[in-house]
Design a binder for this molecule. Structure first.
Ligand SMILES: NC(=O)c1ccc[n+]([C@@H]2O[C@H](COP(=O)([O-])OP(=O)(O)OC[C@H]3O[C@@H](n4cnc5c(N)ncnc54)[C@H](OP(=O)(O)O)[C@@H]3O)[C@@H](O)[C@H]2O)c1
Length: 335
């Protein structure tokens, strides 16, 4: 198995490396690729130093599976080239809504990997991945009619530069210095910004529309989804407050049991001080945590819950590597 990671020096790329190391996949050659800026630098993998290569000169023929984690423009330009020789697993949003590209969260819709037309598979947006994992077992039980989501997203969702900026801004505020915002539209330290990605004409942001469209593509086109996405001064892990209306009558006990037994999910919901999960506790964990499950009696068959997951793992690297594992199991990767 020859694997390449494009964007290996970034947040997601480094996490893909970490997950590959933990999973123990049998890798013959691992190629780490980034921009000319970091070409030549070295990254350690399993005790061996690997030199980062420049994407402009990288030979895509060398890989069987190529992970892309370098942004939409790089995926747009290079993923079709890589896909001639290897199966591409793309973390950017560029191919997600392409009807010829499966958008996959393996425990939810691995069956959609049966047809891979362009040799490209898309990894969903980080907020969507953790959402659909928690919606799937409930949809199977009670059939979802409508979902309303408010997100509380960490700055790592924007890459490594926003993480550095949050720390810098926090220091500036505490030291009474002038705060500069480079990666955010307003000060992020000690604040909340209801704006992630660009605005569309209808007033929604692209991040909000990604959640709607991707959830429908992965889970069920009949579900109505609406979202408000907010950036918080949290380094890692996204949280979501989710309100769901079902077609069938619900049972909170059945919902808790199904969520707790779904692959990758865990219910922590003690209805007492601290009996729920916060972003800090989810950081570094492969698990999507569900807390605050309760009936919403303002609508028929309504339920509220709180979902927290490490956005760099479930929302990106872990999901991407689990797609690769599924492809390897199905023996459906490569040229
Ligand atoms: N962060 C998340 O939670 C998350 C979740 C799901 C999907 N994603 C997606 O994953 C991708 C990467 O996100 P990230 O958070 O890892 O960003 P990041 O930390 O900013 O890292 C970006 C990576 O892309 C490389 N890169 C930038 N410009 C390049 C160029 N011209 N040619 C080659 N490589 C280039 C960088 O290499 P240099 O070091 O050489 O600049 C770096 O390795 C994005 O498409 C993002 O939307 C992110």
């Amino acid at each position: 198995m020859n694997i390449a990671i494009i964007g290996a020096t970034g947040n997601v790329g480094r996490k893909i490396l970490e997950v590959l190391g933990k999973k123990g996949l049998s890798i013959s050659n691992l190629y780490l690729v980034a921009s000319s800026k970091s070409a030549g630098s070295k990254i350690e993998f399993k005790g061996k130093e690997i030199k980062v290569e420049d994407i402009e000169t990288f030979d895509f023929k060398k890989a069987d599976i190529t992970f892309f984690a370098a942004g939409g423009k790089i995926s747009q330009k290079f993923a079709p080239i890589a896909a001639k020789y290897s199966t591409v697993i793309d973390n950017s949003s560029f191919f997600r809504m392409d009807s010829d590209v499966p958008l996959i969260v393996p425990q939810v819709n691995a069956h959609q990997l049966d047809i891979i037309k362009k040799n490209i598979i898309a990894n969903p947006n980080c907020s969507t991945a953790q959402l659909v994992i928690a919606l799937k077992p409930l949809h199977d039980l009670f059939v979802i009619k409508r979902v309303v989501i408010s997100t509380y997203q960490s700055v790592s969702g924007g890459g490594k530069a926003p993480m550095d900026e949050l720390i810098e801004q926090t220091r500036s505020v505490l030291e009474n210095k002038k705060v500069e915002s480079k990666n955010f539209t307003k000060q992020i330290a000690f604040n909340a910004i209801p704006h992630i990605d660009e605005f569309e004409e209808n007033g929604y942001t692209k991040e909000e529309l990604k959640m709607t469209n991707e959830t429908k593509k992965i889970l069920d086109n009949n579900i109505e989804v609406t979202a408000t996405c907010v950036r918080l001064p949290v380094l890692v892990s996204h949280s979501e407050s989710v309100n769901i209306e079902f077609k069938k009558p619900i049972s909170i006990e059945k919902a808790r049991y199904a969520l707790d037994n779904f692959q990758g999910c865990k219910v922590i919901d003690e209805r007492s001080d601290g009996g729920y999960i916060t972003p800090l506790e989810a950081q570094g964990s492969d698990t999507t945590f569900i807390s605050r499950i309760r009936e919403d009696d303002t609508v028929d068959n309504g339920l509220n819950m709180w979902i927290v997951s490490d956005n760099l793992l479930r929302g990106a690297a872990l999901n991407a590597v689990e797609i690769a594992e599924t492809l390897i199991k199905n023996n459906s990767y490569g040229k």
